[in-house]
Design a binder for this molecule. Sequence first.
Ligand code: NAD
Length: 272
Amino acid sequence: MQYVTLNNGLTMPQLGFGVWQVPDDEAYASVKTAIEVGYRSIDTARIYNNEEGTGRAIADSGVAREDIFLTTKLWNDDQGYDKALAAFDASLKRLGTDYVDLYLIHWPTPAHDTYVDTWKALERILAEGRAKAIGVSNFTPTTLERLLGEAEVTPAINQIELHPYFSQGRMRALNAEKGLLTEAWSPLGQGKGLLEDPALVEIGAAHGKSAAQVVLRWHLQLGNVVIPKSVTPARIRENFEVFDFELSAEEMERVASLDGDGRIGPDPDEFN
Ligand code: NAD
């Protein structure tokens, strides 16, 4: 495993495991498998409705809580100072833990204009030691610059949609300039057409690796934190086996050349 260091000195595994669209009981099984395979970072959210299964899997895993890096996120209708504090308490209760490693604002929802107040609540949660780091997700240049102008604590991470068909060069550069790590969601482009891309398949064949492993390796070499999802044990394992090969500069360029307007999710400046 490789680790990255957040702007507050905390370290986190560069490769983690995501559980979006996984029902609670299946999340329990998947997270247990992931921890057995060796993952030590798990990404959930209130809106995924699987914080309970995720928390139980961690508790039952046999790995100490302090050896797992646990992320959850605050949903849009919990934005605002008081609501955010209550939402955090409820997430902790469902997760069955007394702290999270990283707490994120899930979307800026700019039309509601509540993310600055929400951030103040996250700063308080951080000061209380109940989150070891706080960050944001789906923040754009507009929303991130505004937040930084008002924040006392710079977010540790901006978790954004990022894969070879939508590689977010501008946002990655801005995150880096401001001291935030970039975390890639849907890092495999949700598995759809991306993993059949002939260039990725060909690069993989040269290394005895799959297209999914090539994509994850590309993320790691770019410096992204990455949280692929699978509920299939063989794929959970496959996605973890990405530390025993390296892409050449030429191969990195070839993957980068696939970049385009391949956004899958909503535009965060429009999503409320
Ligand atoms: P992903 O890019 O990780 O793709 C997952 C899908 O790819 C799987 O369902 C499966 O169909 C396929 N797949 C996985 N491994 C494979 C393999 N080895 N070979 C072939 N196919 C494979 O998509 P995701 O779940 O959208 O994103 C990952 C995580 O990011 C989520 O689980 C969640 O934790 C996080 N996320 C966050 C946000 C946000 O708004 N912050 C949004 C979406 C996802």
